[in-house]
Write a protein that binds this ligand. Structure first.
Ligand code: GH3
Ligand code: MG
Ligand code: MG
Ligand code: MG
Length: 359
């Protein structure tokens, strides 16, 4: 399927897609003051937009004094705009699932849910698995350090805190988190590019074939029919020859937009190739699919363009097939039948809808 990359191999791609150098964190001109961070589980309430932009940290420790020490050290820098506090793992976990948190500093020894249990809870939530956790251990407590790292902590600091060391470790984790976030965005972008037809923004042929496979299986399980409409622009070569390739592209885009406008929630529109398009219509029988195709035909025939293309009238031919007919046993059968119906529409004079044989 799609190729994805780990953080090391993707750093360069992340840099490529990023239009600035890697800056691991936002710096606000107005950092939160210590008055902003008071009771465990309470915090300043940022708006949703602000939450997306600002960097936040969650400090979990049963000792209020220890929490405040961490916050005091971090507030000397403008690394974080929001500070959340919790007195044990459960309270911390509640905050972590409700607020976007960029980094967690968590004490190991706490009554109620301790640091190790908290790590396990974080692991159980997919959306929290990438949040770095720095564990707070005793200076000599090697066992806790090792156990924390083995259970998914990113790093540890020891009490009493050395401010410079705490800051340095926090900065490293923020930098890694920032790179990971960029990597995720890049992967998402690559995924979208790999399934999209760049001209029309519709699914490309490969993505359409994958979706069709899935939908055919899903609708077979549900015992509902799935229909497929194949559409081909009539005499498109002539449009290119008369108005030029760029205008031809504009027509393809307009058809793509028309298909998109017709989509219902679970329908999929794709560019199958050149000037051929496909509509996948799950849970749709042949009658409904034919109505969709006929509506598309009429809408496209009434499309009007501007400037050079003011006199242009486009028509399309469409073929409709459905898994409702028992001779259709696979995606290939479905495509072949729709293609054959389309061929009949062309033979029958174009600008028309034809249905597969057997209905
Ligand atoms: P018919 O009614 O039989 O379908 O005739 P047609 O001219 O539409 O079909 P034909 O297969 O002869 O020509 C299709 C044309 O589509 C030829 C090709 O240059 C053009 N084409 C394919 N992809 C693109 C594209 O991305 N942009 C443009 N502008 N033209 C394309
Ligand atoms: Mg403690
Ligand atoms: Mg064609
Ligand atoms: Mg054509």
């Amino acid at each position: 399927m799609f190729a994805f990359f780990n953080i090391h191999s993707m750093c360069q791609i992340a840099m490529y897609f990023s239009n600035d150098s890697v800056k691991p964190y936002h710096q606000s001109p107005t950092p939160a003051t210590s008055n902003d961070t008071i009771e465990p589980g309470r915090w300043l309430c940022p708006s949703p937009e602000e939450k997306n932009m600002k960097t936040s940290i969650l400090v979990i420790d049963d000792s209020r004094v220890a929490r405040q020490q961490v916050i005091d050290i971090l507030q000397q820098n403008t690394l974080f705009q929001y500070f959340y506090e919790a007195g044990d793992g459960i309270e911390g976990f509640k905050i972590a699932i409700n607020q976007p948190v960029d980094l967690i500093i968590c004490d190991v020894e706490m009554p109620g849910m301790d640091g190790f249990k908290f790590l396990r809870m974080l692991e159980s939530r997919e959306e929290l698995q990438d949040v770095p956790v720095i564990m707070v251990t005793g200076r000599e407590d090697t066992e806790a350090k090792v156990r924390g790292l083995e259970q998914g902590a990113s790093d540890y600091v020891t009490k009493p805190f050395d401010p410079a060391e705490l800051l340095a470790r926090v900065k490293v984790q923020l930098k890694i988190k920032s790179l990971q976030d960029k990597l995720k965005r890049s992967n998402q972008m690559l995924l979208e590019l790999s399934i999209t037809d760049p001209l029309t923004g519709l699914h490309n042929r490969r993505a359409m074939m994958e979706s069709l496979q899935k939908e055919v299986h899903r609708t077979a399980r549900k015992k509902t029919p799935l229909s497929l409409v194949m559409l081909d622009i009539d005499h498109f070569k002539k449009i290119n020859d008369t108005y030029g390739h760029q205008n031809g592209d504009a027509v393809l885009k307009a058809i793509g937009a028309e298909l998109t406008a017709q989509l219902r929630q679970y329908d999929i529109a794709a560019r199958f190739g050149g000037e051929e398009f496909v509509l996948i219509l799950p849970e749709t029988d042949i009658k409904e699919a034919t109505q969709v195709a006929e509506r598309l035909r009429q809408n496209i025939a009434s499309l009007r363009f501007e400037a050079e293309l003011a006199n242009l009238e486009i028509t399309v031919s469409l073929g409709v097939a459905s898994t409702q007919n028992k001779i259709v046993k696979s995606t290939d059968d479905l495509i072949r039948e729709a293609d054959y119906a389309l061929y009949n529409a062309k033979r029958g004079g174009r600008n028309r809808v034809e249905v597969m044989t057997g209905f």
